[in-house]
Design a protein around this ligand. Structure first.
Ligand SMILES: [Fe+2]
Ligand SMILES: [Fe+2]
Length: 475
């Protein structure tokens, strides 16, 4: 079961050849996917041989194989974690019943919507990142970008398989739609706003993979609990790939900080002008990037009170993060949860039914997890003997969804007037000057072992290869 059949056009571990109709439908979608990759995937890179990992098994030990491949030849396929025998639904109104091997009619519309929304983010991020290869700070980083991109492409395959196999004609139409919407397209944008934003520079890319891929992790973890077993199994395997994406983000920001504090110590200065003249990214600018990406990403969890969230949970479609490790009744009727809102110019806590607040529960779990990396970044600064602390902004800062939407709240959680907000927003969010400065540092640096001036080399290479390994052959 854990072995993957690579002899077929579409690599898979789901016995695709036994279902001729499905196989034909997916083989029909495949050239459209490749066309999309060609049009919207990494710019100018189709001919490069890239040192990529490819999934060859779903066994946690040794699931990946590394080697140089041209990205259009990457073996995108369908890989599900092995089925758990007699798996039971472990939360919601159907708790204790057998997990579903097919889609129950009454949950079909909601499940389709959940799968399409998740699926839409995968190609969206590839589109957002498609120009970054042109300004890679090193060959090592270029390879990591491409690895993230091909795996997001595979995550699209994971969702398209479910749509084709379980949702008939509607599913096939949705699968086409996933290739038709485009990030930032005025007429046909991606579903979620954060996936229509630009990823204009590598600091944004690292922030995106740290913060926004982590949103992906939490959504996938919640879906890995689903009563719909094929969804649970496919998202579990996606999570295996996802860990590397967050590593790319965390280590990328960490190396950026490392380089900055090294130059701060060399020049014995924390003067922003002098540091910028020296070509590194000052810590206050890094803080503003954190504020932006953190706030935009926590919006992705949705409104703090949502009857959809309650329905998805009670009907067993989507669980909580680590549902199985929690010790409550897993039904949550009568439980309450605290959410924030602004009343009479003050931020207050309000108790609401927990079932309706499950988006907030997932957001809070996400926030705890994402603060861990910020603490690790602070250790780099501390170790260099520099007095500066990066922080996550307040949950209510710069929000655009739910009851906090549009409220003017500072990164430390003070409600302020519109006038004060406008006067100070340049201290809290990246300004046009910040973005232009960071943009001005971006230039292609791709000789093996060389790194752009604004970022430190990594401690180790990929798959125990040296840092100056030829990760990308440009041909
Ligand atoms: Fe993904
Ligand atoms: Fe990802």
């Amino acid at each position: 079961m854990s072995g993957i059949n690579y002899s077929e056009k579409i690599p898979n571990n789901v016995n695709l050849s036994e279902d001729r109709t499905l196989q034909r439908a997916l083989e029909h979608w495949q050239p459209n996917y490749l066309q999309w990759w060609n049009d919207m995937g990494p710019d100018g890179s189709q001919d490069f041989d890239v040192y990529l990992r490819t999934a060859v098994s779903v066994d946690p030990q040794g699931w990946a194989q590394f080697g140089h491949v041209k990205m259009p030849d990457y073996r995108w396929g369908i890989f599900l974690n092995p089925a758990e025998q007699d798996r039971k639904i472990h939360f919601g109104d159907h708790m204790g019943e057998a997990a579903w091997q097919d889609v129950p009619g009454e949950h079909r519309a909601n499940l389709r919507r959940i799968i399409v929304t998740q699926g839409d983010t995968e190609p969206a991020s590839v589109e957002q990142q498609r120009h970054l290869g042109l300004t890679a700070p090193s060959q090592y980083d270029l390879r990591n970008l491409f690895q993230v991109n091909v795996e997001e492409g595979r995550h699209l395959w994971a969702m398209v398989y479910l749509l084709h196999k379980y949702f008939g004609k509607d599913g096939r139409e949705e699968a086409e739609g996933l290739l038709e919407r485009n990030s930032g397209n005025a007429d046909n944008p991606r579903i979620l706003q954060a996936f229509n934003e630009k990823t204009p520079d590598w600091l944004s890319f690292f922030m995106f993979t740290y913060f926004t891929d982590r949103d992906g992790k939490f959504q996938l973890c919640a879906l890995a609990e689903s009563a719909f077993d094929p969804l649970a199994r496919t998202t579990k395997f996606m999570l295996t790939e996802e860990a590397h994406h967050m590593f790319v983000g965390e280590s990328g920001v960490s190396r950026t900080i490392q380089r900055t504090v090294d130059v701060m110590n060399q020049l014995k200065t924390d003067d922003v002008g002098k540091l910028r003249a020296a070509g590194v990214i000052d810590l206050p600018t890094i803080q503003r990037y954190i504020n932006f990406h953190f706030s935009v990403t926590i919006d992705l969890f949705g409104a703090d009170q949502s009857s959809n969230a309650a329905t998805f949970y009670s009907s067993g479609l989507k669980g909580r993060y680590e549902e199985g490790k929690r010790t409550d009744d897993h039904v949550l009727k009568g439980n309450s949860y605290k959410i924030l809102s602004v009343e009479d110019g003050k931020l207050i806590e309000k108790e609401v039914p927990m079932l309706n607040a499950l988006n907030e529960v997932l957001r809070d779990d996400y926030i705890t997890d994402s603060k861990g990396g910020i603490e690790r970044w602070n250790r780099v600064i501390e170790k260099a003997g520099i007095q500066f602390k990066l922080t996550a902004p307040h949950k209510a800062f710069h929000r655009n969804i739910g009851s906090l939407s549009g409220a003017k709240i500072t990164p430390d959680g003070r409600v302020v007037s519109e006038a004060e907000w406008n006067a100070k927003v340049g201290e809290w969010l990246p300004s046009n000057e910040d973005r232009a400065y960071v943009g001005s540092l971006m230039g292609r640096c791709v000789e093996p072992g060389k790194f752009a001036n604004w970022i430190a080399p990594p401690v180790m290479g990929i798959n125990r290869q040296p840092v100056d390994f030829d990760y990308v052959r440009f041909n």
